[in-house]
Design a protein around this ligand. Structure first.
Ligand SMILES: [Zn+2]
Length: 224
C-alpha cells in the first residue's frame, strides 16, 4: 500500500515537472488571467480609437471594427519555418532567410494579427534593440498591425496579402505615420530612434520612388 502510494506520488511529481511545451504560435489572450484579459482588451480598444481619431492626419477614413482582432504571439523559428507564406510573394528563395529574420508582425487574409513574441525580439538584432524594451517593441508591432486591421475593415474588398504595390505603399505609409504619432503620444520613449528603424523596414514596400513619410513633427496629434 505504502509502495503504491509512493509510486503514485512519484508519478504525480514527474507529471508536474514535465517540461512546459514551447508553443510556436499561441493566441495571446488565452495566456492571460481574467484581470489581464480586461487590460489587454482595454489597451486594444484604446489603440483602435486612437487610430480612428488620428486617421484624418493621414487623410484616411476608417470604419470602427465591430470586433477586436485576434492577436497571436509567434516565435522566430515559426516565422523561419513559414517564411514562404509570410514574406512578400516577390521574394526569391535566396532572400527568405533574411526576410524571416526581419519580420516582426503581419496580418493575414482572415485579418488575424501575428507578432513576434517579446523573448525573441532582442535576439534578432541585439545591436539595434539596445535600450528598447522587447515589450514596447511588441506593443508597437501590435499597434502597427492594428492599423492594418482597421484599414482592412474599411476595405473588405481587399485581401491584405495580395494588395497591389500602390495599395501596399498607401497602407504602409499610413500605418508607419500613425505608429510614429502613437509613439510620440507615449511618454518617455525614444520615438525618433524607433522610427529610424521603421523607415528602414519600409524599403521593400516602395513601388518606384522612395516612400514619402507623411509624418511631420509639427503636426503630431495628441491622444485626447
Ligand atoms: Zn505594415
Amino acid at each position: 500500500m505504502l509502495f503504491q502510494l509512493y509510486i503514485a506520488v512519484v508519478m504525480a511529481v514527474a507529471a508536474l515537472s514535465e517540461p512546459v511545451a514551447d508553443p510556436e504560435i499561441i493566441l495571446w489572450r488565452d495566456t492571460l488571467t481574467v484581470a489581464a484579459k480586461e487590460r489587454f482588451d482595454r489597451s486594444l480598444d484604446e489603440k483602435i480609437s486612437y487610430i480612428l481619431k488620428t486617421g484624418k492626419h493621414v487623410r484616411a477614413t476608417y470604419v470602427p471594427p465591430s470586433v477586436r482582432p485576434d492577436i497571436y504571439l509567434v516565435s522566430r523559428s515559426y516565422i523561419k519555418k513559414h517564411a514562404r507564406q509570410i514574406c512578400p510573394k516577390e521574394f526569391s528563395n535566396a532572400e527568405l532567410p533574411q526576410c524571416a529574420e526581419r519580420i516582426f508582425g503581419w496580418i493575414d487574409d482572415k485579418r488575424k494579427i501575428y507578432v513576434l513574441r517579446a523573448e525573441d525580439v532582442s535576439v534578432s538584432e541585439p545591436q539595434f534593440f539596445a535600450g528598447i524594451s522587447p515589450e514596447l517593441w511588441v506593443e508597437m508591432e501590435v499597434f502597427h498591425e492594428t492599423v492594418h486591421y482597421v484599414q482592412a475593415t474599411a476595405r473588405p474588398d481587399l485581401r491584405p496579402t495580395t494588395l497591389d504595390c500602390a495599395m501596399t505603399e498607401k497602407w504602409e505609409t499610413e500605418a508607419h505615420a500613425l505608429t510614429h504619432y502613437w509613439l510620440h503620444s507615449l511618454q518617455s520613449i525614444d520615438a525618433e530612434r524607433i522610427n529610424a528603424r521603421l523607415r528602414g523596414g519600409m524599403a521593400h514596400f516602395s513601388c518606384a520612388d522612395p516612400v514619402v513619410e507623411t509624418s511631420s513633427s509639427s503636426s503630431i496629434p495628441t491622444t485626447d
